[in-house]
Design a protein around this ligand. Sequence first.
Ligand code: GDP
Length: 465
Amino acid sequence: GFKVAIIGRPNVGKSTLFNRLVGKKLALVDDTPGVTRDRRVHAAKLYDLHFDVIDTAGFEDAAASTLPGRMRQQTEIAIREADLIFFTVDAKSGLMPDDRTFADVVRKSGKPVVLVANKAEARGAQGGMLEAWELGLGEPIPVSAEHGQGMPDLRDAVVEALGEERVFGEDDEEESGEIAASEVLIGEDIADPDAEAPYDDTKPLRIAVVGRPNAGKSTLINALIGEERLLTGPEAGITRDSISVDWDWRGRRIKLFDTAGMRRKSKVQEKLEKLSVQDGLRAIRFAEIVIIVLDATIPFEKQDLQIADLIIREGRAPVIAFNKWDLIDNPQELLSELREKTERLLPQVRGIQAVPVSAETGRGLDKLMESVIKTHKVWNSRVSTGKLNRWLEGILAHHPPPAVAGRRLKIKYVTQAKTRPPGFVVSCSRPDAMPQSYVRYLTNSLREAFDMPGVPIRMALRTSD
Ligand code: GDP
């Protein structure tokens, strides 16, 4: 878990926010004079986020008789203990000199900050919202602690500020044990080493090229990057663990990983070369996007589907290249036939990009790369909690979950917990009772509503406690 300190000058609404997060009237109830109650810690919840809040509300009353210095000292202690600061301002009244003083302390601490613009529902709060930018603490998140508005955005801001790894990471043993018991994972786990990274098109995009022998992988790679580059590859017999080539396409940096096709092959080597699942798996794990090269004259053998399945289970995004398109004499017909077949055989990546190419002539390669980049963006995409729950409202109105054993299943909210690939948490009444078909319906609807074709989508069901 992580600790949040709610910081701000008196009267901005810190206690109200505290109460909303902790869910009880603790800050008021425990108000016993003389007791050291400056920095108590309480368990708080914001949708799927579980954390502790350091209660700093109230100490300012005690401090009134003493000095602003004491207040400041207490604040500093809270900041030191916290992993994240909710710096709270009053959007209705606008900034006061004290806001700037406190903001300085927070900024100097170097701690991650979410700037909370409270009382945003009030008339005239717009001016205060704009002013809040001046604090240099990032984008103000408009909320109404009193009325519970803006909480979805606050939730997303927390994930943004701390990163997914920190928020959902498994440094909390108890928590992960609890999840295992109360949650049904659809598909594999959603783990990804750089899951917290936002979409960054300056980092090299890692692509693996896979396919059966003779599908045209080497030819395709050569056509993409040019023959010369390949000749510098390792000699035969040298370990092939991480054979890669750096390249760029229209200014986008790319790292190409090869399973087998990247070296010039001797006849002997060619014979030895079977597409072992092991080899493929290694390249797939390194990659973000995997190009599956199919020989359009003999598409979709069992092996192709096995490898596609592997890619999807690993949470990578596949893009299909129907190669040797120059040999096809009924291209229109075949393409619609193949695309239809693809959708049918790979329903887990509905809308997958499938591009006819000729590695030999170079036709279709630009289109292929455009598809790769488009898919990569989708794979990295994130949907705000606010949007997700507006979508959910529509779903619940028009196609709610069924009743099981006479009791209607309830869904409370949906959040996105991961990217790369997109992973969602559905908080519901009885995860084990939720039919797979309904989860599929949710997944497809979500894919459509938020335009996420061609990538695996993870759904985790969790009990809403
Ligand atoms: P790999 O085993 O997947 O790396 O396949 P190769 O790149 O070695 O290609 C296998 C054979 O298919 C070679 O004879 C290539 O010349 C041929 N080939 C590859 N791509 C194309 C293509 O787009 N059109 C045609 N007509 N032949 C191709």
